[in-house]
Design a protein around this ligand. Structure first.
Ligand SMILES: Cc1cc2nc3c(=O)[nH]c(=O)nc-3n(C[C@H](O)[C@H](O)[C@H](O)COP(=O)(O)OP(=O)(O)OC[C@H]3O[C@@H](n4cnc5c(N)ncnc54)[C@H](O)[C@@H]3O)c2cc1C
Ligand code: SF4
Length: 497
């Protein structure tokens, strides 16, 4: 590559692994902020990261300000690492009609697009499963693999998957996990400038935000991202595995890494995260269940949803298997925890309002499950997640939201709908202990809307679900409910949650 050729970097390509030397073009454009209703802290984080990168690059960078990418990049040429969204790839195709742009293979993921396509091709007519993809990548890369006496590589600890040891309920009698706090940044002058700029845009009415402004909580620079990684691996990874799926009202971060914003901004390369975890494991600092559980998230899940974004095609975004068309309730649109009575929903909406971040089980088994039961439109939900999560991106959502959480693809991504009654939430969290509803009650004033909603969902979709063997047992249970008519009438009239 010609090192004098300018490299265009988008706002999610901010780490050194996107920079091969030479001049840099960094566009900062307003139209994405005007088109959508982002969480205030998401807008802040993106702008702060972009401006910090421009500051670090000094004379090598040209910061291109404009209303749209077309405007900012008009007449420019150079190279670009293939961007992460369909929108930006079609922008580059468009710009290439008038100016020469060299489009390089994508970076920022563990497996290349070529290797994924080759793997998918080898599956033939077999269903594509994350677990099979992940195991193949472990073997291909040698990550957490050890040779036996004959030289055959075997998974470290005797198996590929330690989910069975993980996924514990929260420890009894504790309101927090009691682990060392996550790493948090100290804001600087660039953050102050960004805050002033966003205040100005908001007061002029050019943009509208949701959620509260607050101190920046996630890394905006490479240095900060490395510090956050170090704090996680040294102090918090050890308890990551067992508590991966648990939630406590007083502990919003639990043992999660909070690294998704830094990874999705491109400040960290997933490979360096994996290598740091392997190092901690090799030094005996973390057990295999936590090391494997975490590496599975990065090398497995994160890459999986990225590759599915491309592999499943553009029409996947329109999937709506159950024909769900309900609007998102105002409490969700406004991130208003006061707008609901149930503790679980209120907790998660409150976390999103305060920080633009909530952990996986809250996204999947509280918001996602609620949306499925209440027949919210999957496309609107997908866009809502992109807007309100600081780590939300176009590529991360379709497989997670349409596939995994809404089963809107009819089962291409998940083998069954992820929804449950209150019993699951009660087992994995402490939310139900202070809720006005009871997870065990399905009809009446104290009925938990997740418990009633679960049966209501099954009844409403039993024909579509009948062919799914994983749903046979729940559907059989539905037939045994004596109070089903009252439950269905109650859910039909339900106004609040
Ligand atoms: C409905 C729904 C919405 C989601 N929205 C987002 C989102 O906007 N952005 C996002 O990055 N992730 C999203 N996820 C995946 C996951 O919930 C988040 O990556 C995770 O909660 C981020 O917090 P963390 O960094 O502390 O993760 P940890 O629990 O510490 O996990 C480590 C890392 O693994 C990766 N990871 C784990 N699971 C997934 C997954 N299913 N998809 C992609 N990456 C994964 C992330 O990079 C994460 O940082 C969503 C999942 C669901 C079900
Ligand atoms: S009782 Fe039901 S509504 Fe209340 S916190 Fe538990 S699961 Fe949520």
């Amino acid at each position: 590559m010609d090192s004098a050729q300018a490299r265009l970097l988008f706002a999610d390509q901010l780490g050194p692994h996107f920079d091969d030397g030479g001049p840099i073009l960094l566009p900062e454009v307003l139209s994405p902020l005007r088109r959508r209703t982002y969480h205030r802290q998401k807008a802040h984080l993106i702008l702060s990261a972009l401006r910090h990168r421009a500051h670090e690059l000094g004379e090598r960078v040209e910061l291109l300000r404009g209303d749209s990418y077309h405007e900012a990049l008009s007449g420019r040429s150079g190279s670009v690492i293939n961007p992460t969204s369909r929108g930006l790839r079609s922008l580059m195709a468009d710009l290439s009609k008038t100016q020469p742009w060299e489009i390089l293979p994508s970076r920022g993921f563990v497996t290349s697009e070529e290797d994924f396509s080759a793997w998918a091709g080898r599956q033939g007519s077999k269903r594509l499963l994350m677990e099979n993809f992940y195991r193949e990548r472990r073997v291909a890369t040698g990550v957490l693999m050890t040779p036996d006496a004959s030289g055959q590589k075997l998974p470290e600890g005797g198996k590929f998957n330690f989910d069975h040891e993980n996924r514990e309920p929260p420890p009894k009698g504790q309101s927090t996990l009691g682990v060392v706090s996550p790493w948090f940044p100290t804001e600087d002058d660039i953050d102050a400038e960004v805050r002033e700029y966003l205040d100005h845009l908001e007061s002029r009415g050019s943009v509208r935000f949701v959620g509260v402004d607050g101190p920046r909580l996630f890394p905006a620079t490479r240095r900060e991202a490395l510090d956050a990684l170090e704090q996680f691996v040294t102090h918090r990874l050890v308890t990551f595995g067992p508590t991966e799926d648990a939630a406590l009202q007083q502990d919003w971060a639990m043992s999660h890494s909070l690294l998704s914003p830094a990874l999705n901004l491109g400040l960290l390369d997933p490979w360096e995260v994996i290598h740091r975890v392997l190092e901690a494991y090799a030094q005996g600092e973390v057990p295999i269940a936590s090391a494997e559980g975490f590496i599975r998230q990065i090398m497995g899940w994160r890459d999986w949803v990225w590759h599915l974004y491309w592999h499943l095609g553009e029409e996947f975004a329109q999937s709506n298997y159950f024909s769900h068309h309900e609007e998102l309730p105002e409490s969700m649109q406004n991130l208003d925890p006061e707008g609901v009575d149930s503790v679980c929903l209120s907790q998660v909406l409150g976390e999103l309002r305060e920080r633009g971040w909530t952990h996986h089980i809250n996204r999947l088994m509280v918001i996602g499950s609620f949306a499925l039961q209440r027949e919210l439109n999957p496309q609107k939900l997908n866009d809502w997640f992109i807007d309100v999560c600081v780590d939300g991106t176009p590529w991360v959502m379709p497989a997670n939201v349409l596939g995994m959480s809404q089963y809107a693809d009819g089962g291409q991504v998940a083998t069954k709908p992820y929804t449950s009654g209150g019993a699951y939430i009660s087992k994995m969290t402490d939310y139900c202990t202070s809720c006005p509803f009871s997870p065990k009650i399905r009809v009446g004033e104290k009925a938990c809307h997740f418990t009633a909603g679960y049966w209501n969902f099954l009844e409403g979709h039993k024909t579509s679900l009948a062919g799914n063997f994983r749903m046979a047992q729940p559907l059989a249970g539905l037939g045994k409910l004596k109070d089903l008519p009252e439950l269905l009438a109650q859910e039909q009239q339900r106004e609040g949650f």
